[in-house]
Design a protein around this ligand. Structure first.
Ligand SMILES: Cc1cc2nc3c(=O)[nH]c(=O)nc-3n(C[C@H](O)[C@H](O)[C@H](O)COP(=O)(O)O)c2cc1C
Length: 436
């Protein structure tokens, strides 16, 4: 791995302990940051161009700068829910280098002038939660957390909160409701958390990887960090590669390298004799791309220009042994199950989509139903309270449009097996429980 990479020490034995972390230079960035005025720390974050690693890719420094000035309680929340299918980078970071996250949080809280912080970790991550608890205690006993940290005017509490295993609690406002002890439902935005977040107070909420990058930005300096990656996608990224590849795992890459280098060079590509059929560039919520797009630079803007997104940086590879109908149906079932049900387009739309895809799968649908599926996805997108609905609609719409021939062939084969005649009209909607 290149010397440029930030997380290269992560496999250092014992790094989860404060002692080893400090021996590797840990908490030096915190000391340096506390010697600067908080405005200078914020400026470093702005200069770094770091974009959020949790999904939306919003500039972290800019988000921190949105928090109002004043003496009210302000909060920093770390999103460690990591529920996006295909994403498992935060787990490795927290497990192997919990102090990197803790240090990043203390610095980020200083920059945003927040004095209370929380890590919201998904319920399934029990081992990582225990490791983090230990790290928080070690940081507290070294004076890195608590009142007047290392003699500065910065004070910070840090509480670890375990979720109960719901995808919607990764959505930032659902997470905040859950953290407040309510059912984890998304809130209407605006107001955004920077103005009214946790307990109605100004709140900076960031992903684990985003916050764990902060000590490196302070170590290198914001402008130096910005030289990594591309102009608009600075830095390095942890990419989780899964699906039909020979070496699935987490890889740290400099943003902007060709996707092919990640899928084939690092993850080994599909088994011999198999080809990539399509790939999700940013978790299961991202519209699928085809082999024609494998040479694109892997960065936020190139993925967006290709009609998809970098999302959480989770690449899922699907080879030519898989059925696109199966993938679409499995994916839609996940989102139906995880929809909180608060808004109609998502609650009904995910359910309709599953029912219609089940009819495609069984051969009871007609090819014209594919137009209805596409139209349902269009009516979900942009019309939900949060983007969970879109997270299903975008990939399903992309699969139906890019692999329409395969969907049609599947229906035809199944119809022949069932002894059904030529399709003449779309499946009556009542038959799938739609609109009745
Ligand atoms: C349904 C849904 C699930 C999400 N799950 C996660 C998650 O598990 N982890 C995460 O960091 N962001 C998740 N997000 C994105 C968060 O809402 C938010 O954008 C992110 O925590 C901001 O951090 P960042 O700017 O550092 O990326 C999810 C969004 C949606 C709509």
């Amino acid at each position: 791995m290149s010397e440029l990479l930030l997380f290269k020490d992560i496999d250092e034995p014992g790094l989860a302990s404060r002692e080893v972390y400090e021996r590797r230079g840990g908490y030096e960035s915190l000391k340096r940051a506390l010697r600067m005025p908080r405005e200078e720390v914020l400026q470093n974050l702005l200069d770094s161009g770091l974009r959020g690693r949790g999904g939306a890719g919003f500039a972290m420094g800019k988000k921190a700068s949105f928090l109002p000035k004043g003496t009210m309680d302000k909060y920093l929340v770390c999103n460690a829910d990591e529920s996006e299918p295909g994403t498992f980078k935060d787990r490795e970071l927290m497990q192997k280098s919990p102090h990197m996250l803790v240090e990043g949080m203390i610095i980020a809280a200083y920059a945003a002038d927040a004095n209370r912080s929380f890590i919201y970790i998904r319920g399934e991550y029990q081992q990582q939660a225990e490791i983090l608890e230990r790290a928080i205690e070690e940081a507290r006993s070294a004076g890195y957390l608590g009142e007047r940290i290392l003699g500065s005017d910065h004070s910070l509490s840090l509480v670890l909160h375990r979720g109960a295993g719901a995808y919607i609690c990764g959505e930032e406002t659902g997470l905040l409701d859950s953290l407040e002890g309510k059912r984890g439902n998304p809130r209407l935005k605006p107001p955004f958390p920077a103005n009214q977040g946790l307990y109605q107070g100004p709140t900076l909420i960031n992903n684990v990887e985003t916050l764990a990058t902060v000590p490196h930005i302070i170590r290198l300096g914001g402008q130096e960090y910005a030289k990594l990656g591309t102009e608009t996608s600075t830095g390095t990224k942890l990419v989780s590669v899964s699906g039909n590849v020979q070496r699935p795992g987490n890889y740290e890459i400099e943003l902007g390298i060709p996707a092919r280098e990640i899928i084939f060079g690092l993850a080994g590509g599909p088994e011999r004799g198999r080809d990539v059929k399509f790939w999700f560039p940013g978790g299961s919520s991202s519209p699928v791309l085809t082999p024609a797009e494998l040479d694109l630079p892997y960065d936020f803007d190139s993925m967006a220009k290709a009609g998809s997104m970098l999302g959480s940086g989770a690449i899922i590879v699907v080879d030519d042994s898989q059925s696109v109908v199966d993938v679409a149906l499995t994916l839609a079932k996940f989102y139906r199950h995880e929809s909180c049900g608060k808004c109609t387009p998502c609650r009904e739309g995910t359910n309709w989509t599953v029912k219609m895809l089940q009819r495609v799968e069984s051969g009871e649908a007609t090819p014209m139903d594919l137009d209805i599926i596409a139209s349902v996805q269009e009516q979900i997108m942009g019309n939900c309270l949060c983007v969970l609905g879109d997270a299903m609609a975008m990939p399903v719409a992309s699969m139906v449009s890019k692999f329409r021939d395969e969907f049609e062939a599947h229906i035809e084969t199944r119809r022949a097996q069932l002894g059904l005649g030529e399709p003449t009209e779309p499946t009556p909607l009542e038959a799938v429980g739609v609109g009745s």
